[in-house]
Design a protein around this ligand. Structure first.
Ligand code: COA
Length: 335
């Protein structure tokens, strides 16, 4: 809901994305683990995903930002702040956002990373919006970027088929029209979910050692069934609630923009909202789960395909490790 004493909203004024050229299709996974195209497609909705062969998350992120700058008159040196949502930083420090700042030559920007896994983009978008709404900053780049291949165990059929590498970026700027841009958000954490989806080693709890490598603790672990259940409920409930409290019916919503983790979770969320399939942004078939990049990539592709119009009501929704989840209601403002 719109706060009564707000003077300005933050709104998305430009978008960009980068996916590496190398494609891993389902046939590739048939050769490396005990799986098949039919199982992957029917259980997840994924046909292929991308893999970055050389470089790191900051390269994906910089690629997305440079793609964005091709579409706007705003120059990198005008950016005030860069927020990179990622769980696959190039290094633990410095922040990947610092590396991106240097790679895109955004000399005036301060920058930091935000870690909220698959909800990372939503958490970063709201954080960036607050910087704008406060009046302190005019131009904030919000980037979702993950090189999931760097933490994927390609001998584990439960997880390796799910993830891909990608990045996408949006530019936030102020608008005095309080009826457009980022209008409402509901963001949540339940830290009790920590044991269902995590990467156990590499942090201060279990620093890298021969033992952590032997135990494969530097890879994603996921209890797929447990996460599936809470993800369906979390995403569906929060999307329904944000519509309700903003007085929106399914007719008012142009698109649900869900995190792309599993097509069955997306379908369940749309059903709970009463939104038909044509009103759901989907690209999981091409890219798999790219963690923080999924939602801005959907926005970028649908906008560039002419499917999103100024004034459209969009409901963004995500669920991820933590657990973290939430929804953002925004009204699109680019012509
Ligand atoms: N190919 C073939 N079989 C596979 C497989 C694969 N790639 N991966 C798992 N299986 C098997 C399992 O071993 C299991 O076999 P079993 O019954 O003999 O033990 C069987 O398929 C069913 O496994 P299950 O875990 O019940 O499958 P599922 O229908 O739940 O689908 C996921 C698995 C991971 C796709 C699904 O649970 C999921 O999407 N979870 C949530 C992901 C998510 O939202 N994450 C949060 C954000 S990242």
């Amino acid at each position: 809901m719109q706060s009564k004493n707000k003077l300005r909203n933050a709104t998305i004024t430009a978008v960009g994305m980068y996916v590496p050229p190398k494609i891993l299709d389902n046939k590739y996974f048939e050769q490396i683990v005990d799986t098949n195209d039919e199982w992957i497609l029917s259980r997840t909705g994924i046909s292929e995903r991308r893999m970055l062969e050389e470089g790191a998350t900051s390269d994906l992120a910089a690629g997305a930002c440079l793609d964005l700058f091709k579409t706007t008159s705003v120059k990198p040196e005008e950016i005030d702040c860069i927020i990179v949502a990622t769980v696959t930083p190039d290094m633990l420090f410095p922040a990947t956002a610092c590396l991106v700042q240097n790679k895109i030559n955004a000399k005036s920007a301060w920058a930091f990373d935000l870690s909220a896994a698959c909800s990372g983009f939503l958490f970063a978008l709201k954080t960036g919006a607050c910087l704008i709404e406060s009046g302190s900053y005019q131009k904030v780049l919000v980037v979702g970027a993950d090189k999931m291949s760097s933490i994927t165990d390609y001998t584990d059929r439960n997880t390796c088929i799910l993830f891909g590498d990608a990045a996408s970026a949006v530019l936030l700027e102020p608008t005095e029209n309080l009826e457009e841009g980022i209008i409402d958000q509901m963001l949540f954490v339940d830290g009790a979910g920590k044991d269902a989806l995590y990467m156990k080693a590499g942090g201060s709890l279990n620093p890298a050692s021969h033992d952590t490598i032997d135990k494969k603790w530097h890879y994603i672990y996921q209890d797929g069934k447990a996460v599936f259940k809470v993800a369906v409920k979390g995403m569906a409930d929060v999307s329904f609630e944000i519509m309700k409290r903003n007085g929106l019916t399914s007719d008012d919503v142009a698109y649900l923009v869900p995190h792309q983790a599993n097509l069955r979770i997306i379908d369940a969320t749309a059903e709970r909202m009463g939104v038909s399939k044509e009103k759901v942004m989907i690209n999981i078939n091409k890219y798999g789960n790219t963690t923080a990049a999924t939602i801005p990539m959907c926005l970028t592709e649908y906008y560039r395909d002419g499917k999103v119009k100024k004034g459209d009501n969009l409901i963004l929704a995500a669920f991820g490790a933590g657990y973290t989840w939430g929804s953002i209601y925004l009204k699109w403002s680019i012509d």
